[in-house]
Design a protein around this ligand. Structure first.
Ligand SMILES: *[C@@H]1O[C@H](CO)[C@@H](O)[C@H](O)[C@H]1NC(C)=O
Ligand SMILES: *[C@@H]1O[C@H](CO)[C@@H](O)[C@H](O)[C@H]1NC(C)=O
Ligand SMILES: *[C@@H]1O[C@H](CO)[C@@H](O)[C@H](O)[C@H]1NC(C)=O
Ligand SMILES: *[C@@H]1O[C@H](CO)[C@@H](O)[C@H](O)[C@H]1NC(C)=O
Length: 652
């Protein structure tokens, strides 16, 4: 492109700065000869005209707080890796239509520049769909508000309109200056993501995406796709003019896996774009682990074939807030908050035994940078934190805006991204005792109350949609519906939340629903609602028992605070342990750590990075859905300890 014009004038200062950081490697190359291409003749990449093999690792900026970015990148570089791979998450950057966020943990450009400073090139996976065990696979929920019948990941024009706008007007203009040819770190861009695993097989869509990306970033950057290592995947994943790569894990025959790629790319470098050092978890299923030696062996095999490899993930980090997604296997399976993945760097960023075993392999192929691997961060036991109930969700709902409709609306129709919605109606007729309440289907979990008395739970995970109910005419039936994260993979990613069908009692449809979104993903609105709840509680003479929505303390907010010593060794990383608590969400200093559910495991503790703590007093807010130890005030505690537990017991 116009590389030659950039050598003088305004860019001189940044260029000098860049040179000083990258002494030897950058000295010989100005923008004009920064090239990265596929050498089809010799089955390799060429970087600045030289053969180039990458050993890359995935780290998602949106799963690590920014104050830890450099540490994680440095540790990866020190394992001999020379490239970073990350997804771009559309849903986080455009949380509501036309509302954009590239700040803090979403400051993509700073993250990529930091990778460059740490001597890593970047392989960027643009999406728009990313899977990644994230809510709706990284697609914005509001697409389903714009058009409930939208065919996601297809050439449906109601979908493409928003993709075109996001790519053309927002994302690609940010990426272009970061391309390798323009002085940045980005050598490759991925188009879509494992599209061959999606049933649509819509070539008009994938060609459109390719053209859109080309239009935004020019003709020079290498575009690629990633698909499973079978012809059936590659068949629909392949895009003409875009380089096909495969993904596969350890223990098999790497040659055979790459043979599938060769069916579609007879020449060019071999690439495994997702090599798995571990695997993802689901709530209620045992923690996944993979043996380091087996990982090392297949990595060695691939590198010996001159393949370039990306390890998915090198460091998984944390699905903070309500960003974790779900899978639809034989049943609905929600993903936990930890994204440890049994990766070489643990969730808290510490080098594991696997890190050293892998480093032993990489150094056979690429030079290890000089210097020491940064040590694990210190962890601290801040001890017990006393909490007390603030009030409950039903009480809060009376202070919030509501909407009334004949039939229930979904979260998407209500413009609710995540969290909870309270659905409420008055029983208009006499019913048998007990009667069958059917909520077929609830997405994903419903907590049912009659006249504010807890009556039971319905659950999509357990496919339990019916409840025996006793109620009198004119009594209020309330259902607090929880989204456990939208499906992130497969044909059911248009996963509407809330009451997605009518609710019946003995076959009779209930009508006239009042719906109240509880503002859990918006901290200012939650703080304001909590303030008003506290005021209501203190001014209306509500007794301590009445603060709890259920006799066991469910659907109730709790608050507490703890002190971090005022010396230079603090704050330190710590882990939140919730013995006696059931299922819910926690905020520390208004930062949402994510969902907890130690009852079903395997994740028992939540990671609190030191960057969200401060010296002196720190605040904690807990929203518990089911059961707390706070029926007895003395036991209304949780614990901050120095050990992480992500492999706890799970149900039979
Ligand atoms: C790997 O690349 C080197 C250098 O180009 C070459 O000599 C060797 O034959 C290649 N190995 C394989 C398995 O292709
Ligand atoms: C690294 O390799 C050396 C030499 O093969 C071996 O002695 C050592 O145990 C290995 N270390 C790890 C952590 O695998
Ligand atoms: C229900 O409430 C309405 C309005 O208060 C009243 O007119 C009606 O008689 C009540 N029905 C029953 C069965 O109690
Ligand atoms: C609920 O029932 C009404 C009346 O039969 C129907 O029009 C509506 O589509 C139903 N809603 C859903 C989500 O099934």
């Amino acid at each position: 492109m116009a590389g030659g014009t950039k050598a003088d004038g305004v860019l001189l200062f940044p260029l000098l700065l860049f040179l000083s950081l990258h002494c030897s490697s950058a000295l010989k190359s100005s923008d004009a000869d920064r090239t990265f291409v596929i050498d089809y003749e010799n089955d390799q990449f060429l970087k600045d005209g030289e053969p180039f093999q990458y050993i890359s690792g995935s780290i998602h900026y949106f799963r690590v707080i920014p104050s830890n970015w450099r540490d994680r990148l440095k540790k990866m570089r020190m394992a001999g890796f020379n490239a970073l791979q990350t997804y771009v998450e559309w849903s986080s950057h455009e949380p509501e239509p036309g509302v954009y966020d590239f700040t803090g943990m979403l400051d993509l450009e700073s993250f990529l520049k930091m990778a460059q400073e740490e001597d890593l090139v970047v392989i960027l996976r643009l999406g728009p769909f990313i899977d990644a065990e994230r809510d709706m696979g990284g697609l914005p929920y509001w697409l389903l508000n714009k058009n409930p019948d939208m065919r996601l990941r297809s050439s449906d024009s109601s979908y493409l309109t928003y993709v075109d706008d996001w790519y053309g007007n927002v994302l690609l203009p940010k990426i272009k200056p970061l391309l390798y040819e323009n002085g940045g770190p980005v050598i490759m861009l991925q188009v879509e993501n494992e599209y061959g695993s999606y049933p649509d097989c819509d070539f008009a869509y994938t060609s459109h995406l390719r053209d859109l990306v080309r239009q935004g970033v020019g003709d020079n950057v290498v575009l690629f796709t990633t698909d499973g290592d079978g012809a059936s995947y590659l068949k629909c994943g392949k895009i003409p003019g875009v380089y096909s790569t495969v993904d596969f894990g350890s223990g098999g025959d790497a040659k055979k896996s790459f043979a599938a790629m060769r069916l579609f790319e007879p020449h060019g470098p071999l690439v495994n774009s997702e090599y798995y050092p571990g695997w993802l978890d689901h709530w209620g299923e045992p923690h996944s682990t993979l043996d380091s030696e087996v990982i090392a062996k297949t990595l060695d095999d691939m590198l010996a074939l001159n393949a370039s490899v990306n390890m998915y993930v090198f460091h998984g980090g944390t699905s903070f807030g309500l960003t974790a997604g779900s899978n639809m296997g034989s049943t609905f399976q929600a993903c936990p908050t930890s994204y440890d993945y049994d990766a070489p760097l643990s969730e808290a960023g510490d080098p594991t035994e696997k890190y050293w075993v892998i480093r032993n392999i990489t150094q056979k192929y690429l030079p290890l940078p000089s210097g020491d691997v940064p040590p694990a961060s210190p962890k601290y036991t801040y001890g017990n934190v006393q909490l007390s109930p603030v009030g409950n969700v039903l009480q809060m709902s009376t202070l919030l805006q509501s909407l009334t409709q004949q039939y229930p609306l979904t979260f998407e129709q209500l413009s609710v991204a995540s969290g909870l919605v309270l659905y409420e109606t008055v029983l208009p007729f006499r019913i048998s005792d007990p009667a069958r309440l059917s909520i077929n289907e609830v997405h994903d979990r419903g907590y049912v109350f009659v006249e504010s008395r807890f009556a039971g739970i319905v659950s999509r995970e357990q496919e339990l949609y019916d409840l025996a109910l006793s109620a009198l005419p004119n009594q209020t039936i309330s259902i607090v519906v929880e989204s456990q994260g939208r499906i992130c993979y497969g044909s059911q990613i248009n996963d509407f939340k809330g009451l997605t069908t009518n609710v019946t009692i003995n076959g009779n449809t209930l009508e006239n629903w009042k719906m109240v979104p509880i503002p859990l993903s918006n901290v200012p609105r939650l703080s304001s609602a909590l303030k008003r709840l506290k005021f209501k509680v203190t001014t209306s003479g509500i007794s301590p028992q009445e603060l709890l929505a259920t006799p066991q303390g469910g659907m109730t907010f709790y608050e507490g605070s703890f002190n971090v010593p005022d010396d230079d060794s603090h704050p330190q990383d710590t882990f939140l342990r919730l013995d006696g608590w059931g299922k819910g969400i926690v905020w520390v200093n208004d930062f949402c750590l994510g969902r907890y559910w130690p009852e079903v495991g395997p994740q028992v503790t939540l990671y609190i990075p030191n960057g969200v703590l401060m010296k002196g007093p720190n605040t904690l807010v807990v929203l518990e859905y089911e059961v707390s130890p706070c029926v007895l005030p003395d036991s209304c505690l949780l614990t901050l300890q120095d050990k992480h537990v992500i492999n706890g017991p799970t149900p039979a």
